[in-house]
Ligand binder design. Structure first.
Ligand SMILES: [Zn+2]
Length: 106
């Protein structure tokens, strides 16, 4: 018999239960709410980044995307579904956009 172990808090035990994502009853709502929140931030800020009119605006959006993608990559490492494209693709791409932006003169 395998012992269930929560991927988030690492609690485990014979009578301990986790859901299909490997999360316990305590962590599941918290983790899912946090994934939803940061996923929404990323999509919204990607939109703002695309339409950003000046460098400051674009930079602010990029920083917000990267901060939220960092949070989501923690959950991605636990094997959970996060945003699409996943953080492991978002992070290098948007770090690249940020560097490119900072190397521009205007
Ligand atoms: Zn847990």
């Amino acid at each position: 018999m395998t012992m269930a172990k929560c991927v988030s808090c690492s609690d485990k035990g014979i009578f301990f239960k986790v859901d299909g994502d490997g999360l316990c009853k305590t962590c599941s709502p918290k983790v899912k709410a946090e994934i939803d929140k940061h996923t929404e931030i990323i999509y919204e800020e990607m939109h703002l980044h695309e339409r950003g009119l000046d460098k400051a605006e674009k930079l602010r959006a990029l920083d917000a995307i990267l901060a939220s993608a960092e949070v989501l990559s923690k959950y991605e490492d636990m094997g959970l579904d996060t945003c699409s494209p996943p953080p492991r693709l978002v992070l290098p791409e948007y770090r690249g956009f940020r560097e490119e932006l900072l190397s521009q003169d205007s």
